[in-house]
Design a protein around this ligand. Structure first.
Ligand SMILES: [Zn+2]
Length: 77
């Protein structure tokens, strides 16, 4: 079997994150990450970014609005 190279890692990052890999590909992925610091950094940054994008934004925004409203009210009284 052929090992993943750095380009494969960046191209398959979404597949890895969404669990669309066979066990063979997953093994390849892990082996490459073991030996390649650049890809370790890339993948950890990629996962952080994906999680940030998946955060439920409307809730966060609503809570921020409520906090802001309360602060405005407190400042006035
Ligand atoms: Zn690499």
């Amino acid at each position: 079997m052929t090992l993943f190279n750095c380009r494969d890692i960046s191209e398959r990052a979404t597949d890895y994150q969404e669990n669309r890999m066979s066990w063979r590909e997953r093994l390849n992925w892990k082996l490459h990450l073991l030996i390649c610091r650049d890809c370790q950094r890339f993948v950890s940054q990629f996962l952080v970014m994906v999680r940030a994008l998946q955060r439920p934004l409307p809730e966060t925004t609503e809570k921020e609005v409520q906090d802001q409203l309360r602060r405005v009210k407190e400042a006035r009284s």
